[in-house]
Design a protein around this ligand. Sequence first.
Ligand code: SF4
Length: 342
Amino acid sequence: MLSKKLLDVKNLKTSFYTHVGEVQAVRGVSFGLDKGEALGIVGESGSGKSVTSMSIMKLIQFPGKIKEGEIVFKGENLVNADKKKMMSIRGNEIAMIFQDPMTSLNPVYTVGNQIIEAIVRHQGLSKAEARKKAIEMLTLVGIPSPETRVDNYPHEFSGGMRQRAMIAIALSCQPDLLIADEPTTALDVTIQAQILELMKDLKDKVNTSIILITHDLGVVADVCSRIIVMYGGLVMEEGTSKDIFYNPKHPYTMGLLKSVPRMDDSEKKRLVPIEGSPPDLVKPPKGCPFAARCDYCMKICLEEIPPYFQIDEGHRSACWLLHEEAPEVEVETGVRRESING
Ligand code: SF4
């Protein structure tokens, strides 16, 4: 049987060699992505989520370096791919959209020209054919009057329209994978919802796989069928959206859930921020990276990085609380637990 897997990231480690030392931004991340699947990567800033996506695109700049691991895309390990190969993959097979479309769109060219250029470069169509396709793409992403709007400059578009235009450029070459890094953070809530709806729609219509990177669990709920929660350069928990939202097993995931508003929350519970700050990745903690902020920290948490405990098929969590020798405790009640190993 042919594998459905489009991307397989195995034990990825990416570091930045700065004057203060080696910043171990990604410390051994593994996950897979199927064709047509949407995966959310969630975590605070500094969790390693954006460095993971930049590593997949091989856009890590000096003093950064992929230290170890594999990024297998359509059966080929991109870690070994040369510049020429990556140039042909970027934009063509993997496209990326960022938080601020104004920094990605060139202000001196019309939006249409920028889409046309991407189509001509990657698909070798004539300018006239590419213009027709550019209008089609603007229609697809819901830009009104695309025949006229195609000749507008980026500053003539609103923030939401610029982000739609970025998506149109990214999708104009029908990439197999679209990586969206905080694509809605700079937008107001209504536009944010429209852009997310659009991404969901495009996934179904164009069958593009999506990696959606965000600090906000609420953003991935609707678009992604699977979620990875990252912290301190590691994956803390992975599962389906249902697993993560309704059966979270990691105290950090639970903390994130308590800090986002829920539509289904009839009791209007107070939002609780997670106290403290992320670990120093120049000197990462010996044990669990979340230990300093975790109410349930035990002796073993300070000494050993927890392995992944399998909860269900496709649902895993790196927390010592799931060890069979750990005493029973209801994490959500906030009761500090006895420790295992003393
Ligand atoms: Fe908390 Fe320990 Fe679980 Fe880490 S391993 S999240 S410190 S209980």
